[in-house]
Design a protein around this ligand. Sequence first.
Ligand code: NAD
Length: 371
Amino acid sequence: MMPDVATPKKRRKDAVPVEKGMNGGRLVTRCLQCVIMKTAVFNTKPYDEEFLRAANRAFRHKLTFLEPRLSTQTVSLAAGYEAVCVFVHDEVSAPVLDQLHANGTRVVALRCAGFNNVDLKTAARLGMKIVRVPAYSPSAVAEHTVGLILTLNRKIYKAYTRVREGNFSLDGLLGFDMRGRTVGVIGTGKIGAIVARIVRGFACEVLAHDVRRNPEVEQLGARYVALNELYRKSDIITLHCPLIPETYHLIGAEAVRRMKPGVMLINSSRGELIDTRTVIAGLKSGKIGYLGLDVYEEEADLFFEDLSTRVIQDDVFSRLLTFPNVIITGHQAFFTREAMRNIAETTLQNVADVEAGRACRNIIDAGLAKK
Ligand code: NAD
């Protein structure tokens, strides 16, 4: 027989943090994270559910996973939920917010950094809190960006299929040394700074452009220049600024005209930074030598879904797919285990913080509402 002695339980490494305090003369222990919120998770893919369920072991929110994207057609599904959780293609427009509010929702938790899909003015008017995940893994996006550059340069996408078909010819696979090439980085925040650091490792020159300088990027030896000089001198141009009214179609006809012939253009930020029709014209004329995209202006109707048995109706996108010097990934730059874990944990913490009335630095400032 085992002795009937209670052995002290080992404190679990992932134990939930608690706060001790006095309440009415009694010592109380309050779980800092276990503020339960009834949350409708829209646009759920199996991987979202997996990471949110795992992270929720420390929070215990009541999560309901819904496949549809949030829109005026689906907003009624959120009736009675205090919080909704959404992603980049969900519609958080004025009519959607009005209906969410009328049905009792007070928090919209974005499981992403960008918030260009949210009508912040309406949210502020209704007193609804919008929270986001400002940084989940800038390295994930930066590393994917460099992956696009190398794949295009060394034509790894072609080599992969050729070798599988027993074609070992090198014709058409000629690349260039990265060493000594000039990379123009537009937007040198978290992601752009890491891209600059990685390509400095290849001994590239870096020209940077931003509305404010990042000393970390200057320390790498990058030089801040006006857009004109960046366009004129860069062999590779990579976009890492946010989508705001000032950056919509940043890469239009005038920008392409100023670029070096044969330039490589990379966009892993937001599709609308590029005027796709202009870029197609640039590809046809040879002015643009390579195009690598992880985002596309009309991606909301395409990306994150398996459309392999359907006819794609977007002729502009279909035209892009015909070029031998274009590669497109479907908004996957963020998609690493580390980023998914951070997204899930931060999203659930944001929801708990708002519900508990704690300071939450991930609330989007209503002052950022478009004028
Ligand atoms: P960040 O806020 O750290 O950096 C953005 C930088 O852009 C800042 O330094 C800002 O000053 C600069 N900027 C603002 N306006 C500008 C302008 N007019 N011209 C030039 N620079 C300007 O953001 P981040 O974390 O580096 O993310 C950058 C972008 O990447 C996000 O806005 C988002 O759209 C995109 N993103 C994409 C993915 C993906 O999976 N493809 C994932 C996360 C983020």
